[in-house]
Design a binder for this molecule. Sequence first.
Ligand code: ADP
Ligand code: MG
Length: 630
Amino acid sequence: MPIRRLAPAVVNQIAAGEVVERPASVVKEVLENAFDAGARRVDIEIAGGGRDFIRIADDGEGIPADQLTLAVEAHATSKIESATDLEGVSTMGFRGEALASIASVSRFMLESRTPGDDEAWRIEVIDGVIGSPAPTAGPPGTRVEVRNLFHTVPARRRFLKSETAESARIAEVVRLLALARPTIGFRLVSNGRCLLDLPATDDPRRRIVGVLGEELDGRLIEIRGEIGSPSDGTLTSVWGLVGLPETARPTAKNQRFILNGRAIVDRSLSHALKEGFRGLVEPGRHPVGVCYLEMNPSRVDVNVHPAKTEVRFREARPLHGLVRRAIQEALQEADLVRNLTIETPVDPPAGQEATPDRPAMVTRSSWSGPGGSSPSTSHATSLRGGSDRSSTGRSPTSTGVDLARVREAVGDVPMPTATPASPTTSAEEVLPTLVGADAVLQVHQSFLVTQDSEGLVIIDQHALHERVMFEKLHDRYAAGPLESQRQLVPIVFDAEPASIAALESLAPLLERLGIEATAAGPRGVAIHGFPTLLVSRRVDPGSFLSELLERAAQGEIDREDHEAALADVLDVMSCKAAVKAGDRLGEREIAELLAMRDRIDREGSCPHGRPTHLRIPIAELERRFGRSPG
Ligand code: ADP
Ligand code: MG
């Protein structure tokens, strides 16, 4: 065959493969056009999972009649003029290929009216052949209709999933875009049934709850942060809502990032979100969060992929830190110690509402007041309002102790039972509210009962110790390799090939943690050295490492990212090394554990996301005993 130029319709069909993968991509492209046209409301109607029919109507600025034909031609756009405009492009579209691509693989209709015109105009494209515009009746704004998607590309059509699956993907795209644009109203109807109805709102939190689910109402905390400076155009900010640790899900589906109004997918940002919750959410579960990032458009390249969901940042690292820190700070402020209200027939006092699984300070009532409130103020008030602290004037540190001083005095706190003699006195010194160690009671060899300025505190000794171990190991690791005890005779155990592969990728990290191990044949692992710390905690090297490697082989330990891998391994180490429920603790050990608690005072959960301590507020006790609070 001689070389020849392909007809434009064929070129478009080929290009369509990139932009229009499935019905949901049509919905995405058309909705983004509506955004760029300044729409305040969009209506989406689909049938047959979008394969048979998609109709999207907006109330945006419309397309003048004489430009309708251009709108459906390839590489025709009103959004950029030259390649330099790509630097800092702020519209969703700019490639001018979406409508042409969609029209080339469907029976396509575009109808539009600008506010100045008194009639609408419509144009049809059948299998890539553009008809001529004709006047029609219709309101200002634009309507796009797509029928029989991919009917000329059977290969593509066959590749689509079931109707239900394609509808679900469309709903997912609409939800995502709705998160990106709270001020636009969205409605999605599928086969005549309304799937989504999201009224326009100025309060992003309303939209977030509307999209992620009402059950999150009152269980989200606000994050906020900023880096760079406006003077040199490097200012980058984040605002968002993240779910309390208990709301974490089995999948990462409810983690969303919106960059300059564009929903994006970014590994590094997802990782930052996960890191922000480090130690508070069980491995294998995923925190919920929607983060809105704003930055100078010239510092990010959105033209990496036709669908523009992946972007390239000029500098990704500072962004990672920004998101992670914003989350950590918000979680710290939220004091995750759970206030416990005993299930009771007694009516709680007005305005206060706490359940065992919901911290009192972020209550439903503080969120969903009529009319909503601006994101900048209302959350801060709800945090303080419910926590009861500002009203009593008590210090945020439970024991009233200056944390910096504690750290100085306690220094590198020894592990209970792992240390010879002494620091009982230092524990007393740093815990002035404790009347010696006898103010703490070990109950059923599992729980410690004590008090803080707000009430009665019940501590899960294993969870707390695990949490402390994690922090301590993390600090130790930063200071240098952990001390390892060499085995005279290597400890050998059987291992699956997947575990051995995991060992190979984790070996350098494990070595720094004091675990020296090598493959012993195709189905065995030999341990040559084991951390002194774990030895002193009587952790069995063989079962420890074989479990660790199995978990890694199953993907529970992140092997790609060093920081994440470290934290995952430390999770396992601290869990195994921590005192167990049922371990009897001596007076000194209890005192030490409590002293350590102050170092991590504001973190109310163990690395697996369970609470380390619960508090019964004094007010609750007074109520239970029929006393008037005073
Ligand atoms: P791009 O969005 O990359 O410019 P498209 O093929 O999606 O390319 O759209 C081509 C042009 O058609 C746009 O640049 C815009 O001028 C016009 N257009 C498309 N959809 C709409 C709409 N809903 N409202 C107003 N103008 C639109
Ligand atoms: Mg477009």
